[in-house]
Ligand binder design. Structure first.
Ligand code: HXC
Length: 257
């Protein structure tokens, strides 16, 4: 599929999606977010892809937020109709996703990174929710996902002042998996993705779903999802193969079945 504002690539079992409006710091206009959802769904359906890396083109930004020039004259109804449901589609991707962040991840850009399951950032990465400075608030989950990771007080400071935080500090607070030298974010993210992509694909998807349940449901509900997914995997060929390979002291060969 041809896209205008994103690029897609493949490295073995890893799919790579690149936000590609570098002159606008990869600002997320409505078409970009919709293309992104389409590309992610396409990769999600592709059995040859076991993990997805999401990154931004250029050396300045992952994404500097929703496109302010596009939003400036919108009404609430127009915002509702303008493809905002694409965010729900991104949220529903089953394949594990890793954000490779360089430079700014602001507003919707920060929220997009938070939609990913792991975050690799270069030393110069900065995260923030500056919406308050525009007279709005985060709209793609920033208040909720930041609060669940950073707690109330740091989230309030970010959301109420719009101040950005450096990757190093956020790594200490648990929001970032790895901080790497400038220029190495994508290589490192792909390396991490390869480790995920070589696992049994069904197990990886159901593991992702179970961990997300910890953030999206009660403990009771999350434990339910975990237990059911655990039992479900005993119907897979990969489970037989994984355990047989262990017993026979050989590497497992997973088929995604
Ligand atoms: C539209 C943007 C943009 C954005 C940058 N640009 N961010 N255009 N929407 N969010 C454009 C600039 O207008 C400029 O184009 C070009 O990209 C380069 O940006 P500069 O500002 O010249 O770069 P710099 O001086 O280095 O400053 C970088 C920056 C700043 C600090 C990141 O660009 C900035 O503050 N951007 C806005 C960040 C923000 O407020 N994000 C939240 C958006 S609201 P021209 O052609 O003018 O030179 C949001 C809501 C999400 O995300 C809701 C859910 C989806």
């Amino acid at each position: 599929t041809e896209y205008t504002y994103i690029l897609t690539e493949r490295e073995q079992r890893v799919g790579i999606v690149i936000l590609n409006r570098p002159k606008e710091l990869n600002a997320l206009n409505f078409q970009l977010v919709s293309e992104l959802a389409n590309a992610l769904e396409e990769m999600d359906r592709d059995e040859a892809i076991g993990c997805i890396v999401l990154t931004g083109a250029g050396d300045k930004a992952f994404a500097a937020g929703a496109d302010i020039k596009e939003m400036a004259d919108k009404t609430p109804i127009e915002m509702m109709g303008a493809g905002f449901e694409a965010w729900q589609r991104i949220r529903k991707i089953h394949t594990p996703m890793i954000a490779a962040v360089n430079g700014y991840a602001l507003g919707g850009g920060c929220e997009l990174a938070l939609h990913c399951d792991m975050i690799v950032a270069s030393e110069n990465a900065r995260f923030g929710q500056p919406e308050i400075q525009l007279g709005i608030i985060p709209g793609a989950g920033g208040t909720q996902r930041l609060a669940r990771v950073l707690g109330k007080y740091r989230t309030m400071e970010m959301v109420l002042t719009g101040a950005t935080l450096p990757a190093q500090e956020l790594a200490q607070l648990g929001l970032i998996n790895r901080v790497v030298p400038v220029g190495e974010h994508l290589v490192e993210a792909v390396k991490l993705a390869q480790k995920v992509a070589k696992q049994a694909p069904l197990a990886a998807r159901l593991a992702k779903e179970a961990v997300l349940a910890a953030f999206e449901t009660s403990l009771e509900g999350g434990l339910d999802v975990e237990r059911k997914n655990f039992f479900l995997l005993f119907s897979s060929q990969d489970m037989r193969e994984g355990m047989q390979a262990f017993i026979e002291k050989r590497p497992a060969e997973f088929q995604g079945k």
